[in-house]
Design a protein around this ligand. Structure first.
Ligand code: PLP
Length: 255
């Protein structure tokens, strides 16, 4: 009991610290912190931890379809119970969107669409077409982001920059995918110039995509625990935070 309360307090105070840093960076960039979404990245976290974080974040991000599937049922049951007991806090949390932020295999598209409200990691034309087919069959429109590998690091997911125009046109041609914007994972370094230039590159690609499509495509999902302050300076509209919110991940980190 005491332990549970301490953990609760610590996620809450971590969330407050993230928001504070978001507001500071936004102010430096002449922006408002309230314009920027805080996505809780929940890979390797328990449903109990997710429920604790829920009132303080704007969206949830999971990396794996299988992990999301095993949590979703428990999540929905718990959220319903909490809604009854703690009305005010839960009014919004129950509506938190689940976003897929990890690489998706084509053969898991249907399962992913059953679990997630949005696909933030579209990284190939083939995947876009598979998602389009399933969404069309199910008569729904799925919000998507194109994930770009701006760092050029080989082990990173995301479409390579040179193949981006083809994927952009592919997604724009899918009537049941709604392109909301772009996502990237910054290079793994504490070199501010390198990290910021990767984020700046995504911003530039987004503005070219706006010109090309005539659509708003407003979302720039960029910035994680180590680099969200720089991402906000470069125009991020959604930061994806795991470690800063929940503490270090056990084991390999669940990528
Ligand atoms: C794990 C992960 C994050 C969060 O990373 P932290 O460093 O723990 O904040 C964000 N985005 C993606 C795509 C991830 O896989």
């Amino acid at each position: 009991m005491v332990k549970a309360q301490m953990e609760e307090k610590s996620i809450e105070s971590r969330a407050a610290a993230v928001r504070e840093r978001m507001a500071e960076s936004a102010a430096r960039a002449g922006r408002k912190g309230s314009e920027i979404k805080l996505m809780a990245v929940t890979k390797t976290r328990t449903v109990a931890e997710m429920l604790t974080a829920a009132p303080f974040v704007d969206a949830l991000g999971e990396n794996r379809v299988q992990e999301a599937a095993s949590k979703k049922e428990v999540w929905e049951k718990e959220v319903k119970e909490k809604e009854v007991k703690e009305k005010e806090v839960w009014a919004d949390s129950s509506k938190l969107e689940w976003h897929l932020i990890g690489h998706l295999q084509r053969n898991k598209v249907r399962k992913a669409l059953a679990l997630f409200d949005a696909l933030d990691s579209l990284d190939s034309v083939e995947l876009a077409l598979a998602a389009e087919r399933t969404a069309a069959e199910e008569g729904r429109t799925v919000p998507v982001l194109i994930e770009v590998n701006t760092s050029g690091e080989e082990n990173k997911t995301g479409i390579h920059v040179e193949n981006f125009p083809e994927l952009l046109d592919g997604v724009l041609g899918c009537a049941h995918l709604k392109l909301e914007g772009f996502m990237t994972v910054g290079p793994l370094t504490d070199d501010e110039t390198r990290v910021r230039s990767a984020f700046a590159q995504l911003r530039e690609m987004a503005s070219q995509a706006r010109l090309r499509s005539g659509l708003p495509v407003p979302v720039l999902s960029m910035g994680m625990s180590e680099d969200f302050h720089w991402a906000i300076l470069e125009g991020s509209t959604c930061v994806r935070i795991g470690t800063f919110l929940f503490g270090p991940r056990a084991g390999k980190g669940g990528f």
